[in-house]
Write a protein that binds this ligand. Structure first.
Ligand code: NAD
Ligand code: UDP
Length: 310
């Protein structure tokens, strides 16, 4: 049995991760400042005496004794991370410095939730971990992209300089139950719009692509990376390679919800990546991991969840 700290544990992915770590018998401390997360997503865990909830901001130091740290604290949806870009950069950079300091002091293993945004608007497709990316350093997505890139740099420097036991995972677009209906990401936007027969808002012409991974598959990958006995630090891509254009995705959601919604085309935000698909060969080789939930099955569960929220 281990004592595990999950920062951003009240968020979408974090709440599923806390739940799964508890199910496997760990003590879990969920740390969150509730910027985008909510007590509702972890309310069902509060009665479990192996679970603790701490309101704290990762940009401030935090002292505790733990065996493992999953660092997920950071808003992930573009409207949320662009709301206060300076705070987003601080969350990634000061947050990982504080968590790496904690890992160093108590000799904990630390996993950083990095992102496919590391690759920016990729000129290499599908994206392999060896690709260094094509990131605008001064655009509206940079607070997130460059913050996450700096966090990866710090992870490897703390490893080389202080021998901290690190794991780096690059997460591609993930969706599922417990997404906030006002989150602003494409999966929640389209499903909520379709269920309410409102216009489906495609940014640009919808030819840009994304590859969507169901949250339970992703959580399994995170835990395999943390618990992996081999000296494999990453970075490793975790995502589902089933690539779809945003226009086809909108049509699929309309079909699956039996909606009367119409598609409307809105301005494309700047620096929106044109294509994104993970190469997950490395995760297969090192972690024996691959996603098991198809887009249709994952969307069925997610649509049911949003129906119940209505
Ligand atoms: P989310 O916004 O639902 O969760 C983020 C959590 O972090 C929230 O609970 C929020 O309140 C908390 N948080 C934010 N700033 C904080 C701070 N300064 N101190 C403490 N807590 C703070 O997003 P998510 O989709 O669950 O993403 C979780 C992590 O995974 C993020 O680090 C994100 O960058 C990464 N990621 C997610 C995706 C995805 O598709 N969901 C893709 C790539 C990477
Ligand atoms: N998108 C869209 N309509 C929306 C929300 C998003 O067309 O209502 C597009 C967005 O421009 C991007 C893709 O869907 O090309 C995925 O957006 P999301 O915000 O989910 O995540 P990203 O992968 O861009 O970080």
């Amino acid at each position: 049995m281990k004592r595990v700290l999950v920062t951003g544990g009240a968020g979408f992915i974090g709440s599923h991760l806390c739940e799964e770590l508890l199910r496997r018998g760990n003590d879990v401390i969920c740390l969150d400042n509730f910027f985008t997360g909510s007590k509702n997503s972890i309310r069902h865990l509060l009665s479990n005496n192996k679970f603790e909830l701490v309101r704290h901001d990762v940009t401030k130091e935090y002292f505790i004794e733990v065996d493992e740290i999953y660092n997920l604290a950071c808003p992930a949806s573009p409207p949320h991370y662009q709301y206060n870009p300076i705070k987003t950069a601080k969350t990634s950079v000061l947050g990982i410095i504080n968590m790496l300091g904690l890992a160093k002091r108590c000799k904990a293993r630390i996993l950083q939730a990095s992102t496919s945004e590391i690759y920016g608007n990729p000129s290499s497709h599908p994206q392999k971990e060896t690709y260094w990316g094509n990131v605008n350093p001064i655009g509206i997505r940079s607070c997130y992209d460059e913050g996450k890139r700096m966090a990866e740099t710090l992870m490897f420097d703390y490893h080389r300089q202080n021998n901290v036991d690190i794991r780096v995972v690059r997460i591609f677009n993930t969706y599922g139950t417990r997404m906030d209906k006002n989150d602003g990401r494409v999966v929640s936007n389209f499903i909520v719009q379709a269920l309410n027969n409102k216009d489906i808002t495609i940014y640009g012409d919808g030819s840009q692509t994304r590859s969507f991974c169901y949250v339970s598959d992703l959580v399994e990958g995170l835990i395999r990376m943390m618990e992996n006995k081999k000296e494999f630090l990453g970075p490793v891509n975790l995502g589902n390679p089933c690539e779809t254009s945003i226009l086809d995705f909108a049509k699929l959601i309309i079909k699956m919800t039996n909606s009367n919604s119409k598609i409307v085309f809105c301005p494309l935000p700047s620096d929106d990546p044109v294509q994104r698909k993970p190469d997950i060969t490395l995760a297969g080789e090192k972690l024996d991991w691959k996603p098991n939930i198809s887009l249709e099955n994952g969307l069925l569960k997610t649509i049911e969840y949003f129906k119940e929220l209505k």
